[in-house]
Design a protein around this ligand. Structure first.
Ligand code: FES
Length: 70
């Protein structure tokens, strides 16, 4: 979703809590997409994967997605 002109990746967990992070991959800036089966944000450009809090699961990205408020 867009918030104040910025792309945010937002996930609602089973308890109804929202988790928002920047949708820009910290590797080279592509937009991540959500994989429901894996409950992970995935970058289509070079395969980085992040958990719903933005933590890196798999590189090449080394920095987490920035956490955001909604
Ligand atoms: S831009 Fe996302 S993995 Fe390279």
């Amino acid at each position: 979703m867009r918030v104040a002109g910025e792309r945010r990746a937002v996930h609602r967990d089973e308890a109804g809590q929202l988790h928002a992070v920047s949708a820009r991959c910290t590797h080279l800036g592509c937009l991540v997409a959500f994989n429901r089966a894996e409950r992970a944000w995935e970058c289509p450009c070079h395969g980085s994967r992040f958990d719903v809090e933005g933590k890196v699961i798999q590189g090449p990205a080394q920095q987490p997605l920035e956490r955001k408020e909604l």
